[in-house]
Design a protein around this ligand. Structure first.
Ligand SMILES: [Zn+2]
Length: 295
């Protein structure tokens, strides 16, 4: 049985049963509104999950499905949910990568089939029944990543909107976000973190893990973390250590073997960002095998 939790007067949350070391307890699917509902991120394809969700919400109508981004733990269930409810889907376009000149280790993590009924742009205000949302482009973890600000609830029976941002995978409380080129891009990821630094949201609802009650503090922490990782890489490069696997061994000394790959991709994305800033060059483009040096 699925467990739906009321987390605020207008918001319910159900965590999809896809826990893993990359999804934490599973993907958070949010149910917003009363009677006329909007769903954010219905999650991966899990047999029986969507029919159970629809069943649990019987007596209410699901009209809108919002997708933060097209990774396979977020968007694929939209298809089944749409078939069962005739709801309209919204998202920032189809899945794509930032560049096509390097292999994509996240090829199988993308939901290449999803195509939204409504393609959203940045800073777009749109209404779903009595709810008003505003989009905040937050690409970097994924090319089409978008966050949804719940800006207004036009219903005299409910309280005002709670000044919340549904932030997807861009900011999470339990871990830092995976940014792996060419599926992700560190320069875009960081500029969107900096952009949100001055936000005044009361709460961030992440797609994995608990809500973030102090957004500014968490954002500051995440920026600091990436800058520290960058410093560590620069120290290696200064010492003439320019091979990614060597850098991983030095900067992640206690890493389990299973996490070597993700750590290498994280270093790769930091190096891409340094190359974007013209601080680093490589002898063989952007790749795990290349040797990197300071400019
Ligand atoms: Zn994702």
């Amino acid at each position: 049985m699925i467990k739906i939790k009321q987390i605020s007067p207008n918001i319910r949350r159900v965590t999809c049963p896809n826990p893993s070391r990359f999804t934490f307890k599973g993907t958070n699917c949010f149910i917003i509104g009363q009677k006329n509902l909007t769903i954010i991120d219905p999650g991966p394809i899990i047999e029986g999950f969507i029919p159970q969700l629809v069943n649990a919400l019987s007596g209410e109508a699901i009209h809108h499905i919002l997708i933060t981004h097209t990774h396979r733990d977020h968007s694929p269930a939209a298809k089944e949910l749409k078939q069962l409810t005739n709801a309209k889907t919204y998202g920032a376009g189809k899945h794509q990568t930032y560049r096509s000149d390097i292999p994509n280790p996240f090829q199988n993590s993308g939901d290449w089939d999803f195509e939204p009924d409504v393609t959203l742009q940045d800073n777009q205000v749109f209404t779903c029944d009595n709810l008003s949302f505003k989009t905040i482009k937050t690409d970097g973890h994924c090319y089409n990543h978008i966050a949804f600000e719940l800006s207004q609830i036009n219903d005299k029976n409910t309280q005002d909107a709670e000044n919340a941002l549904f932030i997807g995978d861009h900011i999470m409380g339990w871990a830092s976000t995976i940014v792996a080129p060419p599926d992700g891009n560190m320069s875009r990821y960081m500029s969107n973190l900096y952009k949100l630094q001055n936000c005044n949201y009361n709460v961030l609802y992440s797609a994995h893990g608990a809500a973030i009650a102090d957004p500014k503090a968490r954002i500051a922490e995440l920026i600091k973390h990436r800058l520290k990782r960058e410093d560590e890489i620069l120290i290696c490069l200064k010492q003439g250590i320019g091979n990614i696997l060597e850098i991983v061994k030095i900067n992640y000394p206690k890493l389990e073997a299973e996490l070597m790959g993700p750590a290498a991709l994280s270093v790769l994305s930091q190096l891409e960002w340094l190359m974007d800033k013209n601080m680093v060059t490589s002898d063989a483009g952007l790749s795990i095998e290349a040797n990197y040096q300071l400019v």
